[in-house]
Design a protein around this ligand. Structure first.
Ligand code: DHK
Length: 149
């Protein structure tokens, strides 16, 4: 039975590849998802990849993950730095949690240097673009194996 991973993306992630600053690379969000889906299949994971611009929707999905997912990967995007509700929902989740960012948030503005998500995360990956997303999948595959061989 494949293990299920919720990969939750926050506000504006749907614009990756379209933003002229180049901060998030040139690959579209749909293409990033497609590559993650292929990688998850290779790792034997069932991937549920979602994006919302709304904090409450993300909280609902994290709560849903308690019942339906073995691991959560989350890029809460701009909500990373402000959302206590997302932190509280993540703290109520039992399995591995990987915080992922496309950009190296520590190289950027100071307001991006404090993450509420990190307080609940098993590990953090940042600065590697969409490669980091695939590394996050590889990390949860390993962590789930360690948890329940
Ligand atoms: C994505 C965003 O949309 C920003 O708000 C964050 C994160 C960084 C990322 O690098 O993926 O500050």
């Amino acid at each position: 039975m494949p293990r299920t991973v919720y990969f939750l993306n926050g506000p504006n992630a749907n614009l990756y590849g379209l933003d002229s600053s180049g901060t998030y690379g040139s690959e579209s969000f749909a293409s990033i998802e497609a590559r993650c889906q292929r990688h998850a299949a290779e790792l034997g994971l069932q991937l549920d990849f979602r994006q919302s611009n709304h904090e409450g929707v993300l909280v609902d999905w994290i709560q849903e993950a308690r019942l339906h997912a073995d691991a959560v990967i989350i890029n809460a995007a701009g909500l990373t730095y402000s959302s206590v509700p997302i932190l509280d929902a993540l703290l109520a989740f039992d399995g591995p949690i990987i915080e992922a960012h496309m950009s190296n948030i520590w190289k950027r503005e100071r307001f991006r240097h404090h993450s509420y998500v990190s307080k609940a995360a098993t590990g953090v990956i940042a600065g590697l673009g969409a490669l980091g997303y695939r590394l996050a999948l590889a990390a949860v595959a390993e962590l789930l194996l360690e948890e329940k061989p």
